[in-house]
Design a protein around this ligand. Structure first.
Ligand code: HEM
Length: 336
């Protein structure tokens, strides 16, 4: 940018006008130029902060040094960093007297990108339509081409939908079956004890049986039984080396749990010594002893078929229930 094109305020700012070219580094060159000028005068050490000071707006003491560079002493030129400098090539008579300027922030304009003469991307240009675009407005004139609206139903006065004040309809089959369950008052034929919150009669069930479980004594919980009847336990009540016995009904009949004998019970062909389990039985000792000395399969299944007796009584297994020998049976029958 030529010097004569610079405006006075651009000259005062010291090259800030060059920013309008979009090149910010010229601002630094303006500062650097003045710094180097001060250093050349031997005052560089005391004017090291010149760039910051030069950018501040001038106060009342700021005035334009009209004496020119030739008549100014080194001190004056060094202090010119605090004053307004004049351009070197402008005659003093043409210099305007600058009032304390109002610093406007330099306007940084982005460079305008000039498009080439023949752009590779074709530009869209308005073209004249050969046929008119059909109008989407429902004008009166076009109504003759459109389908007429459907006629209003004659059964609905004013086209309104009648209010459904009754659902189901009075003559519907749903209403004929009676009111919706639990949604209305009970029918006159139903029992007087039923209420709106009570379940319908078809859902009523027998009252649950009261629990017959007993309070087990301390140390006889199901967990305690599981602990003492582990896989290595032997609670059969017979000598350790005794193999599984073939238990006849007459043998079973003698093991009733009385007279110092253990209580044996047969369930599904297996005979168990239930005496060690008696105090652990949730149903109590007397209930358990109902099956002592006999085949308790039916009794057991009637009360708690879900109980896994085989696992629970594995350590109490005495043997298998077998039929009575022919001779023995006839002999016992004869004794009876
Ligand atoms: C055959 C003779 C038996 C009778 C008469 C009998 C009777 C009962 C009774 C009345 C109850 C209480 C049920 C209730 O909760 O109201 C009961 C619970 C129980 N009995 Fe027996 N019992 C017998 C044999 C056994 C045997 C051999 C065992 C061992 C496997 C056993 C294990 C149990 C268990 C684990 C319960 C608790 C069931 C539960 O809470 O669901 N019972 N028993």
């Amino acid at each position: 940018q030529p010097q004569w094109l610079r405006l006075p305020w651009q000259s005062w700012v010291g090259g800030v006008g060059a920013i309008t070219d979009g090149k910010e580094n010229k601002t630094l060159s303006g500062h650097e130029r003045r710094n180097s000028e001060a250093r050349q005068n031997g005052k560089g050490a005391s004017h090291g902060v010149a760039p910051e000071i030069a950018l501040q707006p001038p106060n009342d003491d700021t005035e334009l040094d009209l004496r020119g560079s030739s008549s100014a002493s080194s001190t004056d030129r060094a202090s010119s960093t605090l004053r307004q400098r004049k351009p070197d090539n402008v005659p003093p008579s043409t210099l305007p007297i600058i009032q304390p300027p109002t610093i406007m922030p330099p306007t940084i304009t982005s460079p305008v990108i000039q498009e080439p003469e023949s752009p590779t991307t074709p530009k869209a240009e308005p073209t004249s339509l050969s046929q008119p675009v059909p109008s989407l407005f429902l004008a009166e004139s076009s109504s003759s081409l459109m389908m007429p609206p459907p006629p209003l139903p004659s059964s609905r006065p004013n086209g309104r939908i009648p209010a459904l004040n009754q659902y189901p309809a009075p003559n519907s089959a749903q209403r004929a079956r009676g009111p919706t369950p639990n949604r209305g008052p009970p029918a006159a034929s139903s029992s007087s004890s039923s209420s709106g919150l009570a379940p319908p009669p078809t859902h009523s069930s027998k009252p649950a049986k009261p629990s017959r479980q007993v309070v087990l004594t301390p140390g006889h919980s199901p967990l305690d039984w599981a602990r003492i009847s582990g896989p290595n336990s032997d609670l059969r009540g017979v000598p350790a080396a005794t193999p599984y016995l073939r238990v006849t009904p007459s043998m079973l009949k003698a093991q009733t749990g009385r007279k110092g004998k253990d209580a044996w019970m047969a369930i599904n062909g297996k005979v168990y010594n239930v005496t060690p389990y008696a105090k652990f039985h949730p149903g109590g000792v007397p209930e358990l002893m109902r099956g002592a000395g006999r085949d308790g399969t039916k009794l057991f299944g009637e009360i708690h078929p879900w109980v896994n007796y085989e696992t629970m009584l594995a350590a109490c297994l005495v043997g298998l229930l077998v039929e009575e020998p022919e001779g023995k049976e006839s002999e016992m029958d004869r004794m009876d």
